[in-house]
Design a protein around this ligand. Structure first.
Ligand SMILES: NC(=O)c1ccc[n+]([C@@H]2O[C@H](COP(=O)([O-])OP(=O)(O)OC[C@H]3O[C@@H](n4cnc5c(N)ncnc54)[C@H](OP(=O)(O)O)[C@@H]3O)[C@@H](O)[C@H]2O)c1
Length: 260
């Protein structure tokens, strides 16, 4: 019989790694996907030793053509069934859009949006047929308004939020749960890789990847959208009453000079 697993993309660091650790603590076997094989291998070893779960490493650059299909073909070859899909791999870019290399912006769209849609689209039919499954999509607080100086990133996360809410409504009563997680500032490698200086963000806005992961796992099946943390929830609720043009200008003032 096929073994049920949770497949976590972007499990080599940050929120994805914390989610993998949290799911292993619950006794779930895992498929860990990202590019850095060494990081995935040591995480898998730790999860096997600490929680007695199976942890499969599939090192894959999800920007490569056919990558999602290759990962899922290998999952099938190993006799595994994706019961939980965690679409977490993603990155951000900071800077004025016209000054950023457009190829990298397109990669951002391909990873944050296309890979997520493809994993979801290829895993959902099986979940629906089995009347059992969970899809967790990691968006961001950036999903709730236009993000000047991180325009592509904000737009990709707005897509993830809208897409997740829509499929959650479609899948009601099928036994498949969808949760869109919207973290705020979280201490990971993200800001450094995005060349965003977030040092001016007050400490009370920041969360750890472990807190985000704990809340996300707790919210699945209860909520469709989770904004992590009280301050972030307050901020996104307030954003609903602010004209989008003002949000764009406010982010422009804050981000200018803070994004490379
Ligand atoms: N940190 C924050 O403040 C924050 C806030 C809101 C939302 N988020 C979202 O949370 C998610 C996780 O980010 P994080 O904060 O944990 O950052 P992170 O530590 O940089 O993790 C990103 C993960 O994505 C993987 N990844 C990147 N490019 C990839 C590719 N081409 N193929 C396969 N995997 C790839 C990375 O692994 P490899 O480099 O090994 O491939 C890494 O495991 C992202 O979707 C991000 O947008 C983060």
């Amino acid at each position: 019989m096929a073994q049920n697993v949770a497949l976590v993309t972007g499990a080599s660091s940050g929120i994805g790694e914390a989610l993998a650790r949290r799911l292993a603590r619950d006794g779930r076997s895992l498929v860990l996907v990202a590019r850095r094989a060494d990081r995935l291998e040591s995480l898998a070893e730790a999860l096997r030793a600490e929680h007695g779960v199976e942890a499969h490493v599939l090192a894959q650059d999800l920007l490569q053509a056919g990558a999602v299909q290759a990962v899922l073909a290998e999952v099938e070859r190993r006799g595994l069934t994706v019961e939980w899909l965690v679409n977490n791999a993603g990155f951000g870019t900071g800077g004025r859009f016209d000054q950023l290399p457009v190829e990298h912006e397109l990669e951002e769209v391909r990873l944050n949006v296309e890979a997520l849609v493809e994993f979801t689209g290829r895993c959902l039919p099986g979940m629906v047929a089995r009347r059992r499954g969970s899809v967790m999509n990691i968006a961001s607080m950036a999903a709730f308004g236009p993000m000047a100086y991180s325009a592509t990133y904000g737009a990709t996360k707005a897509f993830v939020l809208s897409f997740s809410e829509a499929i959650a409504a479609e899948l009601r009563g099928t036994g498949v749960q969808v949760l869109c997680v919207c973290p705020g500032f979280t201490r990971t490698e993200f800001q450094e890789k995005a060349h965003i200086d977030a040092s001016a963000v007050p400490g009370f806005f920041w969360m750890s990847a472990e807190e985000v992961a704990d809340q996300a796992v707790g919210a699945l099946g209860r909520d469709t959208v989770l904004v992590n943390g009280f301050m972030n929830s307050l901020a996104t609720t307030t954003l609903r009453f602010v004209p989008r043009s003002l949000v764009a200008r406010a982010t422009a003032v804050f981000m200018k000079g803070r994004a490379a």
